[in-house]
Design a protein around this ligand. Sequence first.
Ligand code: TRP
Length: 448
Amino acid sequence: MSQKTDQWTSKLGFILAAAGSAIGLGAIWKLPYVAGTSGGGAFFIIFLLFTILLGLPLLLAEFTIGRHTQKEAVSAYRSIAPGSKWPWIGKLGVATSFLLLSFYSVVGGWIVVYLYRAFTMNIKGIAPDEFATMFEQTISNPYLAIFAHFIFILMTIIIVQGGVQKGIERSSKLMMPALFILFILIVLRSVTLDGAMEGVKFFLLPDFTSVTGETVLFALGQAFFSLSLGVSIMVTYSSYLKSKESLPRSAVSIVGLTIFISLLAGLAIFPAVFAFGLEPTEGPPLIFIVLPAVFSSIPFGNVFFILFMALLLFATLTSAFSLLEMVVASLTKNDPSKRKKSSWIAGIAIFVMGIPSALSYGVLADPVFFGLTFFDFLDFLVSNILLPLGALLIAIFVPLKINKKTLAAEIQQGSNMKMIWFHIWFNLVKYVIPVAISLAFLNVLGII
Ligand code: TRP
């Protein structure tokens, strides 16, 4: 019990934590790289559509389960559907978070390396394509890649085991707006480069002829990934929320922020990609190649580079906490005395799990599963299979196991959402989300 009151008691804490979990590498690193490899504009439009039509209602559904039960994920499902298999949604969420954090932390490590680089190198006068070589040379070093991954997970463990998230969440009130402002600056530079328009078109003008079943599934995965959905993290977070706060309003603001930062990320990256003659299909290294190139064309570029990497590291850490917290909460089972030990055990296991991903840009660069490297395989498995699967199960669970009146009462508590919106929400959760996810799965499996 005391663990709950340890966390946060105010609405601000909840919003900051939920937004901190959502905003991270998903919008800033993953969106540009997946949009780049999946055809650009059409991908982005489909992603937006899914974020609003599926992501937003699902976020509200997770919030509703959490606040209604006042329990972390697994216990929340158990209390609504005792003696059933439904609590496995929570367990699936824990397993997914574990796998997700293992490669998330590898990218976190890349940020650590680039932050160090930003301090130690002079980026002025380096040609854009040299940044691609620089990334390869840096990250292919197995010791460095593993060491950086270790440093990132270590930072995450230290914060989670100390239970000091509250302080971190409060500082995000300053750091997040700073990150947004810096991003706007980068966008301004990027779109005014010579030849930038090509990139703006690539990102915003949809070409639906290039859309495949995979594009749709990736956009679906991206929508869930960037809102931290499908693993019941938002159930756990909203369970700490006792006051009469508006769940719909919180959900809308988190979705709005995520869309905004995704848009900024695309507008920072693609114009520069085209202006510098780089390739949008670089994959996961994309932002690590393009952003330094943008900074090298800005006065005081090094200073901005340092600032940006520091703020990105912060945003990434606030997402990583939520993932580790999910795993730790399942181990401690509300016994705060186990917190320290559980954080170390979970964190170290995640570190080990991440090692093959860390090596995927070096000694393990050859495909290992289905023509994918270990890193790409895990990313695919988590983002495009496990997250949509978790989302599907949650969308089936809510209307099936919670009485419609109870749902309406819970959602309207603290908000004056009109009944018509409630009905729209209910039908989106009950029909649209399960149908859309099932169709995407069946299509990629070649069944339809
Ligand atoms: N949403 C975070 C990001 O975009 C990543 C993340 C944190 C996440 N917790 C999650 C993704 C839970 C899926 C599920 O960086």
